[in-house]
Design a protein around this ligand. Structure first.
Ligand SMILES: [Zn+2]
Length: 87
């Protein structure tokens, strides 16, 4: 393996990690998005920016407003769950 390949591999790992962590923030799969990010770099980043948050409880998509208010149309108020995760 030459230096160029090693650099690309490092870049892929870096993008995978960053995209994975951003996905985690939206309650999405770290590994799925991390892999996606490692392969497609910016495409995964753009795709992730376009998708909304998921309810950490029931995996239903939430609007930004609903996520901000911690209100899930499916399971109601998420504040309790959120506080539990923060501890
Ligand atoms: Zn929910």
């Amino acid at each position: 393996m030459n230096e160029g390949q090693l650099f690309l591999l490092g870049l892929a790992a870096f993008f995978g990690l960053v995209i994975g962590l951003l996905a985690l923030r939206k309650n999405r799969s770290f590994w799925l998005w991390g892999l996606f990010g490692a392969i497609t770099f910016l495409i995964a980043g753009i795709a992730l920016a376009c998708v909304g948050f998921l309810c950490p409880n029931c995996q239903q998509p939430l609007t930004n407003r609903q996520w901000k208010d911690r209100q899930c149309p499916n399971c109601g108020n998420l504040r309790h769950l959120w506080l539990r995760l923060k501890k």
